[in-house]
Design a protein around this ligand. Structure first.
Ligand code: CA
Length: 499
């Protein structure tokens, strides 16, 4: 006994001060990997027709060693608004960022600030897209606005720093550099956020030829005629057929390449573009060519993301960080990869409502687990991270920690329904709308004149959302229940938007 006491005393006396401060081994690091417009259809852990053609082995590793969520919904399917929700745990009308072009109020309570208070070092690297200067980060280096795919400028703690190379690789490099130089006395919260695979889809030079000889399968709704629903979808301006324009189709490229980069880029695209123009396609043939051009460039951008996620996961392994780091992978929203004939997002329909969510935390999350039952959301990310590090969750946050779900528990009072609200009326022809879903049925309201419409979908019978059953007698009870639930959620979340 006396011997043990002596040993303990010796250990206490001999421990250097920094080790004493970091003697909280259970406070995990948080690595938040985030992308822009990455659809679950293009993440092979989710399966689907693209999984074999364009696998994402490194992202899949997070799912294999952790958990995959099939019902992660965003509150407002758009880039900036989603990022503001992640930072605040609040719906757009309360965090003040309703649509792209708004400026995020960086003086408000945010996740990184709360983590700083909890003793974390915080860093933000990559795409920010919130207008204002990042706050709450000990270190930041962010793309200006949307950023560009080649030779990006990164605003680095207030200074403009120009980089040469492919942006996805550079964000990977900067992430590794920060990890290498971080303060090892503190746990970290690192947001590593790619611009990719946001349009216009400019692949890395090493991926230009990849998929060249592959015919990517078309989604069954590529030629959707929008019958069977309200007239909302007909007014879209996000058609593969008619709205991509020469830049998205890479018939023109204006990214600021170096001469060497441009030579390789041009050597790939020019002959193929000339052949396309020569063929003078029309109708469905032309749409099909547009789709192949779009989807291949998109998948090539995803591939570079996947490779860079792999580099970061390898770093965690090689530096003994994997065990004590919660890795979260998500995207700011889903995306249409030709479904309904579209590219882009915004709608409350499935492809853009849901977003990928993978999480790995060895010893806490059972490897290879899948949650296809619970509705989770980007509204819950901040609360979950705070919960994981043992910090208090402020009462005014509107989501809920899904840490119990990560641990394999199933709380009896988990949310059964989810509220959605899209504000950027007119962007790509998508009207303002809001709605509610229970994961099986979905009620959508387009309140503005002249549309003034409702839609109701039964996802079990109609998973592609081609036939609204709003007003049908068979669904009267379900419809009434969802209408009531919609009002209840609007009150609960203090939605200020009048009809
Ligand atoms: Ca986005």
């Amino acid at each position: 006994m006396r011997f043990l006491f002596f040993i303990t005393l010796l250990l206490c006396v001999s421990a250097p001060p920094h080790e004493a401060r970091s003697a909280e081994p259970h406070r995990p690091n948080i690595l938040f990997l985030f992308t822009d417009d990455h659809a679950t259809q293009a993440l092979s852990a989710y399966g689907g027709p693209l999984a074999e053609i364009a696998p994402t082995p490194h992202l899949d590793r997070i799912a294999e060693e952790g958990m995959l969520f099939r019902k992660c919904y965003v509150t407002n399917s758009l880039c900036g608004p989603s990022r503001a929700v992640v930072l605040t745990g609040k719906y757009s009308h309360l965090n003040g960022f309703r649509q792209n072009g708004d400026t995020f109020d960086g003086s408000q309570q945010t996740l990184p600030k709360l983590l700083q208070e909890a003793g974390y070092q915080t860093a933000m690297i990559g795409k920010w897209h919130l207008g204002s200067t990042p706050t709450g980060f000990d270190h930041y280096e962010v793309l200006k606005g949307q950023g560009q795919y080649y030779n990006p400028l990164l605003i680095t703690n207030g200074e403009n720093v120009k980089h040469t190379g492919y942006t996805t690789d550079i964000i990977g490099d900067r992430t590794l550099e920060w990890l290498e130089n971080r303060d090892r006395d503190k746990p970290f919260f690192l947001m590593s956020q790619h611009k990719a695979p946001h349009g216009r889809w400019e692949p890395a030079l090493r991926h230009l030829e990849w998929l060249d000889d592959v015919e990517v399968p078309e989604p069954p709704t590529l030629f959707d005629d929008y019958s069977g629903r309200s007239s909302a979808a007909i007014g879209h301006a996000m058609g593969i057929a008619d709205h991509m324009g020469p830049h998205r189709l890479m018939l023109q490229y204006s990214s600021k390449h170096t001469p060497e980069q441009l030579a390789k880029f041009d050597a790939y695209y020019r002959p193929r573009n000339e052949a396309y123009l020569e063929a003078d396609l029309s109708g469905e043939e032309r749409t099909r060519w547009h789709y192949q051009r779009f989807i291949k460039n998109y998948l090539r951008c995803v591939r570079a993301v996947d490779e860079n996620v792999g580099r970061v996961l390898d770093y965690l392994d090689e530096h003994g960080l994997a065990e004590n780091t919660l890795v979260i992978y998500s995207s700011d929203q889903g995306f249409y990869l030709g479904e309904h004939g579209w590219f882009d997002k915004r709608w409350m329909y499935e492809e853009s409502l849901r977003t990928p969510l993978l999480a790995r935390w060895p010893g806490v999350i059972e490897p290879g687990s899948v949650d296809d039952e619970h509705i989770v959301s980007n509204l819950d990310f901040a609360e979950t991270v705070l919960d994981a590090v043992g910090a208090p969750i402020p009462d005014d946050m509107q989501g809920r920690s899904f840490l119990p779900l990560l641990k394999g528990e199933s709380p009896g009072d988990w949310r059964q329904t989810f509220y959605y609200h899209y504000y950027e009326a007119g962007g790509h022809g998508v009207p303002l709308h809001y709605g509610v879903t229970d994961g099986r049925h979905k009620l959508i309201r387009f309140p503005q004149e002249p549309l003034d419409a409702w839609e109701l979908f039964d996802l079990e019978k109609d998973p592609r959302e081609l036939r609204s059953v709003f007003g049908q007698p068979d669904y009267a009870e379900i419809q009434a229940g969802l209408e009531q639930e919609l009002e209840r959620l609007r009150r609960q979340y203090q939605v200020d938007q009048p009809e």
